[in-house]
Design a protein around this ligand. Structure first.
Ligand SMILES: Nc1ncnc2c1ncn2[C@@H]1O[C@H](COP(=O)(O)OP(=O)(O)O)[C@@H](O)[C@H]1O
Ligand SMILES: O=P(O)(O)OC[C@H]1O[C@](O)(COP(=O)(O)O)[C@@H](O)[C@@H]1O
Length: 305
């Protein structure tokens, strides 16, 4: 089964307004509350694609209750560790451009982390674990490495969607898949990347360091999958971006959903890109119908190494 792990889930509060006046009073045109956090988004998209999965992580307080009840109402399996503080609220401001304010999250104790590790120990080699998003600031910086080590001891395939040091440190532990966007990949190497061709050598470097598959998304500019044998460049569908929140998470879910069914990397990548765009073209996450309608627009070009 696929398990998602969201150490720092959120209630995403999306406000839409014509324009933002910094330092002044702004009134919204529309607001939406949605459960968020990268693993939780992956779980929701997997469920929409009919893939049984379970959401793990930390939740707490009234926002945590909201999140758990919301996921239960969608019939998504959950097994969260309850913590004392409130699950964070992330503010997404949508006007002529998108601005995100992600909170740092509640305080966690050693006991909370031990309880979570215990749950990971129960997974088996038949399972896939998705480690996704930031970690609360009170958690050790080697948190993902510790969890990846448990995965390796138990031959559990794991996927990482995180940025900066969290991602960098876990690559030598051979994640099955990582999904940086082009900014996150550039940051890892202290450079700026803007085209599919440009990201390939950097993706190959991450393969050399241990990652098995790297998907680099470049928003509307395309996406690239790199592994030891090849790079596959994908075009992305054209359409009106309504909110790209969760687009990256949808790519991870779309990839895993197809990979679980077919074990075919190319098909999984094509579906992944269509899933990302289907979310970008929606407020909220993609639907299977929207993904299917965009699939014909995703063209792949393979370069063998
Ligand atoms: N302007 C866009 N047009 C079409 N698809 C988009 C656009 N922006 C994002 N997407 C889709 O969402 C995916 C992830 O977007 P991106 O912004 O690169 O990732 P992240 O959400 O992780 O930062 C892209 O690969 C693409 O499929
Ligand atoms: O854990 P982080 O890095 O703060 O990110 C959390 C945010 O990421 C999201 O899961 C969206 O992620 P993407 O836009 O990268 O797909 C939001 O729902 C949430 O607010």
């Amino acid at each position: 089964m696929i398990y998602t792990l969201t150490l720092n889930p959120s209630l995403d509060y999306i406000v839409e307004l014509e324009q933002v006046t910094l330092g002044g009073l702004n009134r919204t045109k529309k607001e939406t509350k949605l459960p968020g956090g990268k693993g939780i988004n992956v779980s929701q998209v997997l469920k929409r694609l009919d893939i049984t999965n379970k959401a793990l992580g930390f939740i707490g307080g009234f926002t945590g209750d909201y999140l758990e009840n919301y996921l239960k109402s969608l019939e998504i399996n959950t097994d969260f560790v309850r913590v004392d503080g409130d699950t964070r609220i992330n503010v997404k401001v949508k006007s002529d451009s998108e601005t995100e304010i992600n909170a740092s999250g509640p305080n966690l104790t050693k006991e909370n982390f031990e309880a979570l590790k215990q749950k990971i120990h129960e997974l088996t080699s038949e399972d896939i674990l998705v480690l996704a998003g930031s970690i609360p600031s009170t958690m050790p910086t080697n948190t993902y490495e510790q969890l990846a080590e448990i995965c390796n001891e138990k031959s559990i395939k794991f996927v990482v969607d995180a940025e900066g040091d969290l991602l960098k440190k876990v690559i030598p532990l051979q994640p099955f898949l990582i999904k940086p966007n082009h900014h996150e990949l550039g940051d890892l190497f202290g450079t700026t990347l803007s085209t599919c061709e440009e990201v390939i050598p950097y993706g190959r470097e991450l393969i050399k360091q241990g990652a098995q598959n790297v998907i680099v998304s470049l928003a509307g500019e395309g996406a690239v999958l790199i592994n030891k044998d090849k790079a596959i460049i994908a075009t992305v569908p054209k359409g009106e971006v309504k909110s790209s929140v969760g687009a990256g998470d949808s790519m991870v879910a779309g990839f895993l959903a197809t990979y679980e069914k077919t074990k075919a990397i190319e098909e999984a990548f094509r579906f992944s890109v269509a899933s990302g765009s289907a979310t970008a073209f929606s407020i909220g996450l993609c639907t299977p119908e929207k993904i299917e309608s965009l699939l014909p627009q995703v063209k792949l070009e393979t370069k063998l190494f």
